[in-house]
Design a protein. Structure first.
Length: 138
């Protein structure tokens, strides 16, 4: 059976790392599937940088780095080069960061983006799903 390739957005990883309710349980279930290699998970350097910034403010640098090392053992960071930025700049997305995530996924042939901000991706040509929706679909 072919494994899904999914792009994981910032909010989902933060739900896991900060045990943010009511979203923590779905994030755990998603990451258990990633850990079991049932799903191939990807993200972008922008997501990693945002998570570091948030965790570094909430915790301390050492704990933020340790958390990201754990995430990086499960999730591969994709390149988001010049073409992604050009596509993002010329897109109709209201949130520039969302457009970078979307085009990073699209340019890397990833057809599922997992986020809690589904409404921000109304015009997407790939599947946009919350962690809970994705888990229930399997």
């Amino acid at each position: 059976m072919k494994k899904d390739k999914v792009f994981i957005d910032t909010d989902v990883i933060l739900d896991l790392l900060t045990e943010r309710e009511p979203h923590f349980e779905a994030a755990v279930e998603l990451f258990l599937q990633i850990q079991d290699k049932a799903i191939l998970a990807y993200t972008s350097p922008v997501v990693i940088a945002n998570i570091f910034y948030i965790l570094n403010r909430r915790l301390d640098r050492k704990k933020a780095i340790q958390s990201l090392i754990k995430i990086k053992s499960l999730v591969k960071a994709l390149n988001c080069g010049d073409r992604v930025i050009e596509l993002a700049l010329s897109s109709d997305f209201k949130d520039f960061e969302d457009s970078i995530q979307y085009y990073t996924a699209l340019e890397n042939n990833i057809n599922i983006l997992i986020t809690r901000n589904v409404k921000d991706y109304k015009t997407a040509n790939i599947t946009i799903s919350t962690p809970l929706e994705y888990i229930k679909s399997k």
